[in-house]
Ligand binder design. Structure first.
Ligand code: Z5A
Length: 218
């Protein structure tokens, strides 16, 4: 049996963008098209990756992880995730739906922490084997709106403890990446009502499926 390679779709965005809600809607849409979907997340997605996530998000380590360490831990988790989860699933013809991937490192560790893009690109080539999503939905919204949505939902993790300006830099970096790679990114206005957000998301994924089906038929 030689299954066609599956597709890799990622969701990205800042705090309170609604990724969790959107993820379920995308999963349902793909399943309704008869696709076998693997849902995963970063940092995490493997046993080792989830252990690394625990360190990365531990609020007691706030201010005690150097930006270089943070970047390397993100890619340590990703190296395992790519090899153990994502690549085998794609090779088996399954579709992978990821809650964040390398774009988050460009946004948070690049934009937020000031790590140079060239360094992230080098890690992407080596640790992530150069793997790129086929489609990335960027849920974009003003930082203040997102922070307001997540306020009071429980204790903040280590990254959520950062200042407002940090998240402004993250947002700017995400938007710059989307503008630079318009063929891969679809920018969703995540400041709208949930119904409106889901309508935009379903349209973007339906377009992608149509293009993909047309390519398969050609
Ligand atoms: N990180 C990194 O720095 N570098 C990397 O390379 C990677 C990750 C891969 C992972 O946390 C953290 O790691 C993340 C980036 C960093 N840092 N932070 N902070 P995560 O991905 O597990 O957590 P998160 O990004 O903060 O996602 P979340 O907490 O799951 O939020 P969300 O999924 O985007 O939002 P939500 O839970 O779906 O919605 C938030 C609330 O808003 C909720 O009450 C919803 O009901 C509400 N909501 C959602 N949509 C709407 C609309 N449209 N209107 C009104 N209210 C809404």
């Amino acid at each position: 049996m030689n299954a066609a390679r599956g597709k890799f779709i990622t969701l990205e965005g800042g705090e309170g963008a609604g990724k969790s809600t959107v993820l379920n809607a995308v999963r349902e849409l793909l399943a309704a098209h008869g696709l076998d979907v693997v849902v995963t997340r970063e940092p995490g997605g493997t046993t080792a990756g989830e252990a690394i996530r625990g360190v990365l998000l531990d609020p007691t380590l706030h201010g005690r992880i150097a930006p270089e360490t943070e970047l390397l831990l993100m890619f340590a988790a990703r190296a395992q995730h790519v090899r153990e989860t994502i690549v085998p699933a794609l090779a088996a013809g399954r579709w992978v739906l990821g809650d964040r991937f390398t774009d988050a490192s460009y946004a948070y560790q690049g934009g937020g922490r000031g790590q140079p893009d060239e360094r992230i690109a080098e890690l992407e080539r080596w640790a992530a084997a150069g793997l790129q999503p086929d489609l990335t939905l960027l849920l974009d919204l003003p930082v203040g709106v997102g922070l307001e949505r997540v306020r009071g939902r429980g204790p903040a993790d280590r990254i959520e403890l950062e200042a407002h300006e940090f998240f402004e830099r993250v947002r700017a970096a995400y938007r710059a990446r989307a503008a630079a790679q318009p063929a891969r990114f679809r920018v969703i206005d995540a400041s709208r009502s949930l119904d409106e957000v889901l309508t935009q998301v379903r349209a973007a994924v339906t377009d992608f499926l149509a293009v993909n089906a047309a390519r398969g038929a050609a």
